[in-house]
Design a protein around this ligand. Structure first.
Ligand SMILES: Cc1ncc(COP(=O)(O)O)c(C=O)c1O
Length: 391
């Protein structure tokens, strides 16, 4: 099968499949265009579907045992795609990446401690800290108002660590501002973590959504990061199988890994979902051609999106999309809050993620998920523009 434009242009009706993106009526009506929650409106790779179907043909679904093939598949993928060497003993399977974020907070900090995060950032970063009785120490990104591009504020990060933050939590590449952190930037963050003796948790779930010629750099490929970072990853985002719930953490520091395992054990978190493990194994071993086709398609879409935003939403400013399939739109010129924008968009039958989901810096911004057939994306942007331009 060819994974070309025609494949990704196909419209798949996902309604009435308990699909959060399409069926959550608190967000959008049945005839809305969803450009919000971060999953993709594309068919996943046939090798994944076949692996699940083949297993489903066997009528017994009892407990599973760990199979070394699961770790080997993940290791092979990261070596092939990102040049990262991982050993089997450095991997711990998880039900999802958010479990990983929360486990790191619990393993490396005490109630009342503060955790430094780079904001605006994916909402559950806040939740993983606050739901465990820890305190968010927000380190705001610096925004270039001319280009919409964001930079890390190393001085502010240093201040947060000097003032006692006990853990640094990163999103790499960064959701929602679509920055691909460079080796130099990651190295400086690792050096700061080393200076203040704090661990780093780095959520690399968007690692595969990087557009050539750029290359993704894992925190674990930075010498200063190898001994103090926990990397979180998953096939769920890359291969569009988030509903199956399967992720992993990779930690090269045995003492840190032991702490994480104790915490998971205490919470009774066991990872043995038969279908999820088989799907991840198939994804990591047999779907590179699907993934290459996907990235080529998304690369084309991000350029088209920028043109369509200029045409239909002329006062919006879109941050450069260096990675992820998420675009960060500054709509402040329209003079509306996120709550007001959401109301307008609901009426116009298009759904986006409000900027304040990512923190207070997101007021007046909206995030667009462009991982859908281009006809759907264009229609969504037209509706967005019509809603804003009508006043
Ligand atoms: C940065 C980031 N981390 C984690 C997640 C969620 O991952 P999971 O479903 O494995 O918990 C998302 C989903 O959008 C995300 O964007």
């Amino acid at each position: 099968m060819k994974f070309d434009e025609a494949f990704f242009d196909q419209i798949i009706d996902r309604r009435n499949t308990d699909c959060e993106k399409w069926d959550d009526r608190s967000v959008m009506d049945a005839d809305g265009v969803p450009l919000w929650v971060a999953d993709m409106d594309f068919a996943c790779a046939p090798a994944i579907v076949e692996a699940i179907q083949q297993r489903a043909d066997h009528p017994c679904f009892g407990y599973t045992i760990e199979n070394p093939a699961d770790n080997e598949a993940l290791i092979g993928f990261w070596k092939r795609r990102h040049g990262l060497e991982i050993q089997p003993g450095e991997i711990q399977m998880l039900p999802c990446v958010i479990t990983g974020l929360k486990t790191c907070v619990r393993a490396f900090t005490q109630p009342g401690d503060s955790v430094a995060i780079v904001t605006p950032v994916y909402g559950p970063f806040y939740g993983s800290i606050q739901s465990n009785g820890r305190v968010v120490r927000a380190v705001s990104l610096l925004r270039d108002e001319e280009t919409g591009r964001y930079e890390l504020d190393f001085g502010a990060m240093q201040k947060a660590l000097r003032e006692g933050a006990k853990l640094m939590m990163l999103c790499s590449p960064h959701n929602p501002v679509s920055r691909l952190w460079t080796k130099e930037e990651l190295t400086r963050l690792c050096e700061l973590a080393e200076e203040y003796g704090v661990p780093i948790v780095c959520d690399e779930i968007h690692a595969d959504f990087v557009y050539p010629p750029q290359r993704f750099v894992s925190i674990l490929s930075i010498p200063e990061g190898r001994n103090r970072a926990v990397m979180l990853c998953s096939a769920s985002k890359t291969f569009n199988v988030a509903g199956l719930q399967q992720a992993a953490l990779v930690c090269m520091n045995p003492d840190m890994l032991e702490k994480l395992r104790r915490e998971l054990n205490a919470a009774g978190v066991a990872c043995g979902n038969t279908f999820a493990l088989l799907a991840a194994r198939a994804a990591y071993t047999a779907c590179d051609d699907w993934l290459d086709g996907l990235i080529a398609y998304l690369d084309g879409s991000r350029k088209l999106l920028s043109d369509w935003v200029a045409e239909y939403v002329p006062k919006a400013k879109m941050s450069p999309v260096e990675a992820t399939y998420l675009a960060w739109l500054d709509l402040k010129a329209y003079g509306l809050s996120c709550a007001e924008l959401a109301k307008k968009f609901r009426k116009a039958k298009v759904a986006l993620t409000g900027g304040t989901f990512f923190g207070e810096e997101g007021e007046g911004f909206m995030r667009v998920n462009f991982a859908c057939p281009r006809s759907q994306l264009k229609e969504g942007i037209k509706r967005l523009g019509a809603a804003l331009e009508e006043g």
